[in-house]
Structures are given as structure tokens and as C-alpha cells.
Design a protein around this ligand. Structure first.
Ligand SMILES: Cc1ncc(COP(=O)(O)O)c(C=O)c1O
Length: 452
């Protein structure tokens, strides 16, 4: 890693007022027709400052253009799905060529076997794999499989990790639990990350009742040495299935997932997002002994495992095959770590130069950087989050996080660092003079909240 020599100081990109007229006029219609105005809460208007693009029309690499023609360098990249870059030529071409052959038939297509082979080559300790369209479905399928395999009902989830599935067994445990019967929520219990005793306590409180332990191998916090292996050993002792949700970590931490990165192999693992560079494809992978319950060659009760109409849509499989090929042949993961580290150092430098050490934090692995904003009393602040994003947007960066892609070039990183510096300058003034003086409109809001 080359040391960062260029300081972002005094090279802040000038802020420019952007027109969002077209976005503004489409937004009421979107809300009238679509609950929340979008199909993912994380993309919703309440997640962005008032002065933000409302709709993105197209993207190329890490650049996107909104409905009013404004151009931005984007971070987050389709909720972390687009690891290579938007409209990545060879992935688009692979999907298009497959599309011309037909999207879906009455019998399987051979490409289903091709991708199964490629996935199992990447996740080399898994023995079988099944595809679906999103991370929620495969994670829920893993829970069902674990329940069938163990004959137990309870699911132990990591309380410190934000998301596993849109399904009731998980959403019932969040503040947004309307419509979910308590009887379902009671089947999910919680333990804490890096706290083996809390998992031991769960097993002790519900002996022989925990079907599976569901966790991301790593999210905001790095595992303590030996922690993941100890979780695995405990699961083995207790007869519970260990499920690693690799929807985010899969193909960002390592081409073999965070399980390879940390050298701990779970019984089951789930993948999504990065599998198809934005195309809808997800996978449940794991030990044959468990996975085969969804198959046709055993005498146990059959598990209805991920049988969906669109689960093996051929062009999504083709996109995924090509995406995996690029990961393998071009060392994409290495790039994400190196480029992320470069950005992290530049942001850190801007924090220091603007004296924001107590008020702005950049954290996470370089391949998955996020930021947190704090007010004058060092409390987490949605107003300061909105202000920071507003000031990035004014400088041509759309950044709900600093999660980058293979398309974020050195020039993009440099531009971002300069935008961050400019945004930090305003942030500093807002701390000193009051955020209301600088924030246009309302703060952003957390997704998990009971009322609007
Ligand atoms: C860790 C994790 N698991 C599962 C999911 C669900 O994936 P999907 O949105 O594809 O259903 C997400 C989505 O953000 C996630 O972050």
C-alpha cells in the first residue's frame, strides 16, 4: 500500500447547487403509487437529505446520473450488490447473450449446473448449493432446513447485526414488527457478538431447543481471535446448525467468503448481493448431509427448499457466472481492500484537519466502509448525517456509506476525498454555529422505527 502523499486540505471541490426539479415532481407520484415511494426502505426519501437526487436514471462504473441529469460518484452501489460497477460490459453482455436463448423453461437449464459448480469452487467447503433471487429467501430457507434437520424450533440470532431477512422470524424482532404474531417472534432468541458467554447462556436457557445460530461472520466488529471457531465448537456440542449469513461479506472479504478469510467453515452459508453484480441472484450453500433434505434422494420428511418460479432465471445465472469469473481472474477483492484503504486514509486525514475526531467516524473493513456522525454532545446524529450527505451531494458524491466497487478509480477516490474535505469544513462550522444553519430541510431517519 503506497503512503498517501496528497493531502485533501485546501483542494476541496467547490460546492454547486443542483437542480432536482424533475425528481421533485416525480416523488409525490411514486409515494402515491408505491408504499414508501421505493421498493427498498434503504433507498427511501427518508434516508436522504431533502437536497438529494430522488431517482437515478442510469449508471456506468461508479458514476450515476439522476433524473435531472446531475452526475455523481456513487457509494453503496445498489445496496452493496454492484461490486464491479454499474452496467459492467462483460456482465451485461453475458446476461444479454443468455437472455436471447430464453429466460426460463419448463425444465432446468444446464447453466444451473455450471453456476452451481462455480459457486462450490469459490465456497470450497460447501458441498451443495441452491439458488434464489434474494438474500432474505435463502437465509429463511437455511433456517427452515436447520429446523427440519434438528427437529427443533428456536433460532438464535446475533443481536448486534442489523439485518438477516425480510421474513417474520427476523423482522418480528425489530421495532417494525407490526403484522407479525408474537408466537412467531418468540421463536427467535438473541445473543451478542464476540460474547461467547451470551451464546452459552442462550443454549443453557433453551436446552435442546436451538435449531440454528444465525450470524454474519463479521459485520461492524472484527471477531476476537478464536471467537468464530468457539461459536462453531459450541454449536457442534449443542447439536445446533451454524449458519453464516454472507450476504454482505461474500466476495467482499474474500473470494471464498468471510468463512475463508477467518478459516471457520459453517454448516450452511448464504450469499446474495455481490454474486451477480446487481442482477437478482442469491445462494444457499452447505453440507450435503443437511442440504440433501431438500432433494430427492433420502427417506426423511421432505423439506420444501427454495422452489421458486424465478430462482434460476437464466440471465441472472449467466451474469453471476461472469461476475465470479472476473473475481477469480482479476483479483477484484484485493482491489476493493486497497482502494478502500486509500479512501479511508484520506477521510481520516480530513477528519484530523477539520478537528472532527470526536464527531465523525469512518469504520469497517476497507472493502465495506461506513461512517457515523455525532453532534456537539457526541450523540449519534441524524441531522449531521443528513448534513454530511447534503454537502457530499453538492460536491458530486452520493454517499450513504463509503462502500466502493472495482470501478472506483484513483481519480474517483481523489474527487471523493476532496468532496469529503469540503463537507467536513461545513460540518465543523455546523458544530460551532448550529446544524440548522447549514442543513436544508429535515434530518434523515433510521429504517427501524415504530412510527413515521
Ligand atoms: C446480512 C444480510 N442478510 C440478508 C439480507 C437480505 O438480502 P435481500 O435484500 O437480498 O433479501 C441483507 C440485505 O441487506 C443483509 O444485509
Amino acid at each position: 500500500m503506497k503512503p498517501v502523499t496528497k493531502s485533501p486540505a485546501s483542494i476541496s471541490v467547490p460546492a454547486s447547487e443542483k437542480e432536482f426539479t424533475r425528481s421533485r415532481s416525480l416523488q409525490p407520484k411514486a409515494h402515491k403509487l408505491i408504499p414508501g415511494g421505493a421498493h427498498t426502505y434503504a433507498k427511501g426519501d427518508d434516508q436522504y437529505p431533502a437536497q438529494a437526487p430522488g431517482f437515478i436514471v442510469r449508471g456506468k462504473g461508479c458514476h450515476v446520473w439522476d433524473l435531472d441529469g446531475n452526475e455523481f460518484i456513487e457509494y453503496g452501489m445498489g445496496l452493496r450488490a454492484v461490486t464491479l460497477g454499474h452496467a459492467y460490459d462483460s456482465v451485461v453482455e453475458a446476461a444479454y447473450q443468455q437472455m436471447k436463448l430464453g429466460a426460463n423453461f419448463t425444465r432446468p437449464a444446464p447453466i444451473e449446473v455450471d453456476l452451481a459448480e462455480a459457486m462450490l469452487q469459490a465456497i470450497d467447503d460447501a458441498e451443495m448449493v441452491k439458488f434464489a433471487k434474494n438474500g432474505s429467501d435463502v437465509t429463511t430457507a437455511a433456517v427452515k432446513l436447520a429446523r427440519a434437520f434438528t427437529g427443533r424450533d428456536l433460532v438464535a440470532i446475533c443481536a448486534d447485526q442489523p439485518f438477516f431477512s425480510v421474513d417474520d422470524w427476523f423482522i418480528g424482532t425489530t421495532p417494525v414488527n407490526a403484522g407479525i404474531p408474537d408466537a412467531i417472534t418468540r421463536l427467535t432468541v438473541k445473543f451478542h457478538y464476540n460474547d461467547l458467554q451470551s451464546l452459552r447462556d442462550v443454549f443453557a436457557k433453551y436446552p435442546q431447543q436451538i435449531a440454528c445460530v444465525v450470524m454474519e461472520p463479521e459485520a461492524a466488529t472484527v471477531p476476537q481471535p478464536g471467537y468464530l471457531q468457539a461459536v462453531k465448537t459450541l454449536c457442534q456440542e449443542q447439536g445446533a446448525v451454524l449458519l453464516f449469513d454472507e450476504t454482505i461479506t461474500g466476495f467482499r472479504w474474500h473470494i471464498g467468503g468471510a468463512q475463508k478469510f477467518h478459516g471457520v467453515v459453517p454448516d450452511l452459508s448464504t450469499f446474495g448481493k455481490a454474486m451477480g453484480n446487481g442482477f437478482a441472484i442469491a445462494a444457499l450453500a452447505g453440507r450435503r448431509e443437511i442440504m440433501r433434505l431438500g432433494g430427492l434422494d433420502h427417506d426423511h420428511h421432505r423439506v420444501f427448499l427454495l422452489s421458486t418460479t424465478h430462482g434460476a432465471e437464466t440471465h441472472a445465472l449467466a451474469a453471476s457466472l461472469e461476475t465470479l469469473r472476473i473475481y477469480r481472474e482479476e483479483n477484484v477483492v484485493d482491489f476493493l481492500w486497497k482502494q478502500g484503504e486509500r479512501l479511508r486514509q484520506l477521510v481520516q486525514q480530513s477528519i484530523a484537519e477539520n478537528h472532527l475526531e470526536d464527531f465523525f467516524e469512518i469504520s469497517g473493513r476497507p472493502c465495506n466502509l461506513v461512517f457515523a456522525t455525532f453532534d456537539r454532545s457526541q450523540e449519534r446524529s441524524q441531522s449531521f448525517r443528513a448534513l454530511f450527505m447534503q454537502e457530499l451531494i453538492r460536491r458530486g458524491v452520493l454517499g450513504p456509506s463509503f462502500v466502493l466497487s472495482y470501478s472506483h478509480s484513483d481519480a474517483d477516490i481523489q474527487h471523493t476525498a476532496e468532496a469529503v474535505y469540503g463537507a467536513h469544513t461545513v460540518y465543523r462550522k455546523a458544530l460551532d454555529e448550529g446544524v440548522d444553519k447549514y442543513l436544508e430541510g429535515r434530518p434523515v431517519k433510521p429504517v427501524y422505527r415504530i412510527f413515521n
